[in-house]
Design a protein around this ligand. Structure first.
Ligand code: FES
Ligand code: FES
Length: 165
């Protein structure tokens, strides 16, 4: 196996929100840092940087992952979706975003992108979640503003809207 020097740079090519993108970075670069600093996708937030807070959640080939626990090189050739992908090109909010607005579920908004991306994945797999299901998935996200009631209401409304389509 070829040894990679720690300061060696490598080019990573991936699809970000439907567009082919590439940039050089070090093999040790986290996907969260690559998205924010190399590709300018700053909608992905970074809180704890060790997999606890959920702020950095993105979709990798459709599955929610912590981008602070994923190396950028692991995303080579794959499809990455961030919060910037959710609204329509004209800025219209999708059902999940609209529900957050309706229920004042964003306070400072720091945790919001991660929650939106987790539930984009989760509601595809379980379009009829109970409140207990929602609280269970939400337990993987820390909101430092601590107002979880609005977030739970928004997620219940989003699930109802998506399910009734
Ligand atoms: S920044 Fe990734 S889980 Fe907190
Ligand atoms: S809305 Fe402020 S951290 Fe959640």
């Amino acid at each position: 196996m070829r040894r990679i020097a720690k300061d060696e740079r490598t080019r990573i090519r991936l699809t970000l929100n439907g567009r082919a993108r590439s940039a050089e970075t070090e093999p040790r670069t986290l996907l969260s840092d690559f998205l924010r600093y190399s590709l300018g996708a700053t909608g992905t937030h970074v809180g704890c940087e060790h997999g606890v807070c959920g702020c950095c959640t993105v979709l990798l080939d459709g599955t929610a992952v912590r981008s602070c626990l994923t190396l950028a090189v692991q995303a080579e050739g794959r499809d990455v979706r961030t919060v910037e992908s959710l609204a329509a090109p004209d800025g219209a909010l999708n059902a999940l975003q609209q529900a957050f607005q309706n229920h004042h579920a964003l306070q400072c908004g720091f945790c919001t992108p991660g929650i939106l991306m987790s539930f984009t994945d989760y509601l595809k797999r379980n379009p009829k979640p109970s409140e207990a299901d929602i609280r269970d998935v939400l337990s993987g996200h820390l909101c430092r503003c601590t107002g979880y009631a609005g977030i739970v209401s928004a997620l219940l409304e989003a699930a109802n809207r998506i399910e009734s389509r």
